[in-house]
Ligand binder design. Sequence first.
Ligand code: FES
Length: 168
Amino acid sequence: MSKHNVSRRQFLSYTLTGVGGFMAAGMLMPMVRFAVDPVLKADAGGDFIATNQKVSDLTTEPKRVDFTYEQTDAWYKSEETKVAWVYKDDNGKIVALSPVCKHLGCTVDWNTDKSNPNQFFCPCHYGRYTKDGVNVPGTPPVAPLDVYDYNEKDGMLYLGQVKPHKGA
Ligand code: FES
């Protein structure tokens, strides 16, 4: 009888320990993951990402360039797509602008506002930017569009981090 009671206690003890451990692990895992998440994130911005854009095909007319990269977050992989407006300036230098409006983050288009041609236009609140990405005074955006770092490899355009526009 006594042996039977001890066995029950042991069973209860093991069960509670197991369930308690399982619950503790369930609570701790998100905390640990949160703490190390930045380390696990793919450093997409650190490296240049290949685009399908030939540098020789760029003109002085801004062109929308979409590019995709794989982001790895621990065991989760996802594809991220980014956009840039890219053109060559009058000196042949590549300019790659972020399309993210500096007012509230909508996406700007090139030359879609018929009353203000050859400007970047944000349809959300009629924000405007000149071709070099500088915000037009009197419109909602408060800063110029960010610019991408870029690189050329084997004739193809590679894009990197976005940085504040010089002079912003
Ligand atoms: S978000 Fe672009 S003007 Fe407001």
